[in-house]
Each structure stands twice: as C-alpha cells, then as structure tokens.
Design a protein around this ligand. Structure first.
Ligand SMILES: [Mg+2]
Length: 84
C-alpha cells in the first residue's frame, strides 16, 4: 500500500503541476519549453487514473470500491448541474 500511495501522491503532484502551467499560460497549450501542455495533461491524467485504480483495486474492499464509484458519480452529477 505504501508504494502505491507514494505513486498516487507523485502522479497527483505531476497533474497539479501541468494544470498550474496551463493556468499560468492563460490556456495557451504551447509551453515555452516546446511541449504541448494538453498532451502532458492527458498523460498525467492517465498516470493518476492508473495509480488511483491500482490503489483502489488492491487495497479497498468491494463495498469500499462501490462507495467510491457511487460518490464519484454523484460528484460528477453535481459538476454537471453546476455547469448547466
Ligand atoms: Mg506522471
């Protein structure tokens, strides 16, 4: 669990960093280092997803995983309502 949480923490930090760069660039995805920030964001979102699902699948009970999925869908519905 400790190793997996370390990876999840690291990947979340990398995603936060890329989002910060996108915000700092005012939404312009061509970063001055030559990279495409949207491409980097998609990569880091995938890394977070992989680490998150790994931690959940290896460490949570079936009930806890079900609670996680239900909460995620409820949160998603709330975001949809906020953006409607
Ligand atoms: Mg990463």
């Amino acid at each position: 669990m400790e190793w997996a949480l370390l990876k999840l923490n690291e990947e979340c930090g990398e995603l936060i960093q890329v989002i910060g760069k996108l915000i700092a660039m005012g939404g312009d995805y061509d970063h001055y280092d030559g990279s495409n920030l949207v491409v980097r964001m998609v990569e880091e979102m995938a890394d977070v997803y992989a680490a998150l699902t790994y931690v959940a699948n290896k460490n949570l009970s079936a009930d806890e995983q079900a609670e996680m999925h239900i909460r995620a869908w409820l949160k998603r519905l709330m975001y949809e309502e906020w953006n409607a």
